[in-house]
Design a protein around this ligand. Structure first.
Ligand SMILES: [Zn+2]
Length: 381
């Protein structure tokens, strides 16, 4: 068997995920979520921005993970001061973390407008910050913000930011689709360009947003191109349309033969069997209604309504299911409905432990009653 490439999963639920409107984690919630992600087998858990607010500063007062690399997020040093004289960088370097993920602007337009420093000063800020983190024993990562838009506008400069990070010793150079508008073919071309520029694929990561519904596809395109780290969030939370959904990516990488044959992840199969419960529990904590149509873990992910499908599913589940529901801890649901025939009812009754003969006249009475109720507006569950 050929050796599979290891894909590293980086969770940013507690940092980028907190940009979701209405989401504000307490310290206790951060501790709880970090423990669950650690138990799941995530490689990096980004906990927030120490020094930026009291909760994040308290969260980074001690290490919160046993296995995963506990990661602090923050800005590179400012222009005009040395790394040792920058208070923001000092707060970051005093965090009890294993890794530090710096955010660096990779689009020349943003350097001019938002940072107000020269393009060269920005490169120097990246290099000096990475070197300072490395010297203090942290694993340095650099999120190249707006990388894809920057690469389209000024490819040389976007790549020079990535190269500055790599050259200064960043373990991971993460290409970020900050505005979320990039398409998979463009991600693939940009990853190729970064590798051609001298950054090995096993040092590249992808951070995708879902503004065109492609965050998962873009993450997969990047690893097919050679990148080896994926950043995402639980249930795909995040600002606007969300971040790449790790709850979708994890089973895809582990269960879909195309990926499972080529790649391996740190999340074991038995932990994936707990994914539906983890996803639901997270929604409950956020007080959000779960997305019934969420891939793999949604209530409707393995539900069928039409009678002809239902009878086939009961006989041979593979006919209408792309993976067995129990592999992600979900279950098959045969919906009793207006369109459904007797087999739906028999399957659903069977699931509830009630065996009924197909010819039992009470079955027709039950079906008529349910259809009448549905016509009045009751919904099956
Ligand atoms: Zn982001």
């Amino acid at each position: 068997m050929t050796q599979r490439a290891r894909i590293f999963l980086f969770d940013t639920t507690l940092r980028d995920g907190q940009q979701t409107p209405g989401v504000d984690f307490s310290l206790a919630e951060k501790i709880d979520i970090a423990a669950k992600l650690d138990a799941l087998g995530i490689d990096f858990i980004e906990g927030g921005y120490p020094g930026a607010n009291p909760v994040d500063t308290a969260f980074f007062a001690e290490r919160r993970t046993a296995k995963a690399k506990f990661t602090a997020f923050g800005m590179t040093k400012r222009a005009g001061v040395s790394a040792s004289n920058d208070p923001g960088l000092a707060a970051l370097l005093s965090a009890k973390a294993d890794a530090i993920c710096f955010v660096a602007k990779a689009w020349d337009y943003h350097v001019h407008v938002a940072l107000g420093c020269t393009l060269d000063e920005n490169l120097e800020n990246v290099s000096a910050s990475v070197a300072a983190a490395k010297a203090r024993g942290f694993e340095p990562l650099v999120d190249c913000e707006h990388f894809f838009d920057g690469w389209k506008a000024n490819p040389d400069y976007a790549l020079s930011v990535a190269k500055a990070a790599f050259g200064a010793g960043a373990r991971w150079v993460v290409l970020c689709d900050t505005n979320g508008g990039t398409q998979p073919s463009e991600v693939r071309a940009a990853v190729d360009a970064a590798i051609d520029a001298g950054i090995p694929g096993d040092r590249l990561g992808i951070h995708a947003h879902n503004d065109t519904g492609q965050a998962v596809a873009n993450s997969l395109a990047a690893i097919e191109g050679g990148a080896r780290q994926i950043q995402g969030t639980l249930n795909g939370i995040g600002e606007r349309c969300g971040n790449a959904n790790l709850t979708t990516l994890i089973p895809t990488l582990a269960l879909k033969p195309f990926y499972a044959e080529r790649f391996e992840i740190g999340v074991p199969i038995r932990a994936i069997q707990n994914l539906t419960r983890l996803s639901k529990g997270f929604d409950e904590m956020l007080n959000r209604a779960p997305d019934a149509q969420a891939p793999y873990v949604g209530q409707s992910a393995f539900a069928t309504k039409a009678g002809i499908h239902a009878s086939a599913i009961v006989k041979e589940p593979k006919t209408y299911e792309h993976v067995p529901p129990e592999t992600v801890g979900n279950r098959r649901r045969v919906m009793v409905s207006d369109q459904g025939g007797k087999s739906n009812f028999l399957a659903e009754l069977g699931h509830r432990g009630i065996e009924v003969d197909k010819a039992d006249p009470r079955l027709d009475t039950l079906i008529a009653l349910v259809k009448e109720r549905e016509a009045e507006g009751y919904a099956p569950s």
